[in-house]
Design a protein around this ligand. Structure first.
Ligand SMILES: [Zn+2]
Length: 257
């Protein structure tokens, strides 16, 4: 059976509190052998660690301050990340980035928090998981300012153009995370995907959000990764096994799984 890795799943979210056992059973039946759990903020930390400890063979946690959690308490939140980054075997610093979609009130702080966490990742020799929303130029500005420090990671929920993808590659060893959005009708990223090498793609659900077709509108879960992989396979005209093998290898290498 094809083996998949979900490189972005918030399975510790409250949305799964009632049926996580069944969710785990379904993802294992679907061939998902591992899930990377991105961090968000202090409030999400304990549930994430608890889930990761319950099945260390299946879950790998990350630590990071999500841009939409950058607010009044941003210094306390950032210090928490810095203080605890060595506590567990975190496989990445993430998710981190800049989000201008929800609010620009703390844009200055978001930018600083992003830059400091990139620097932290380089110090710890960890990959980063980057969240970019309505902030392409701001993200590239930070990456340009930090030019010279060794960066690697993933641009999560990538939905950009081929030109943006080429720009990303100039700033480090980056993959693009492809999820449910790529299955939506008229998704611009489908055209981009035709030109992106399978060597640069990792799969992700972003569960419980960004549910792929044919489940769009429902809660997302890691077993749906198969539908994302099948869609990529049809766009690229290759068997789904080819997508599974390439993306699983990429994920293992990137996150040292
Ligand atoms: Zn996420």
């Amino acid at each position: 059976m094809a083996e998949f890795i979900d490189t972005h799943a918030h399975l510790y979210d409250q949305a799964f509190s009632k049926d996580i056992t069944e969710v785990i059973q379904r993802l294992e039946e679907a061939g998902v052998s591992h899930c990377v759990l991105p961090g968000i903020d202090i409030s999400a930390y304990e549930p994430m660690i608890a889930l990761a400890k319950s099945r260390p063979d299946l879950f790998s946690p990350c630590i990071g301050l999500h841009p939409t959690s950058v607010g009044e308490d941003w210094e306390k939140e950032l210090n928490f990340v810095k203080k605890h980054a060595r506590d567990h075997r975190f496989v990445a610093i993430g998710e981190i980035g800049i989000d201008k979609y929800w609010s620009t009130e703390y844009l200055t702080q978001q930018t600083r928090v992003f830059a400091e966490q990139l620097t932290l990742a380089a110090e710890l020799n960890l990959p980063v998981i980057i969240h970019l929303r309505n902030s392409t130029e701001e993200i590239f500005q930070v990456l340009s300012d930090l030019r010279g420090i060794p960066l690697r990671g993933v641009f999560h929920a990538f939905s950009g153009s081929y030109e943006t993808y080429k720009r990303i590659l100039k700033h480090g060893d980056f993959k693009v995370g492809i999820g449910g959005v790529s299955t939506y009708k008229n998704a611009g990223v489908a055209a981009t995907l035709e030109k992106i090498s399978l060597d640069d793609i990792v799969l992700e659900t972003d569960a419980p959000w960004l549910t792929p077709v044919p489940f769009r509108g429902k809660r997302n879960e890691s077993s749906y990764l198969v539908h994302i992989a099948a869609n990529i396979a049809s766009i690229k005209g290759v068997p789904i096994e080819t997508v599974a093998t390439a993306t699983t290898n990429n994920a293992r290498k990137l996150f040292s799984l």
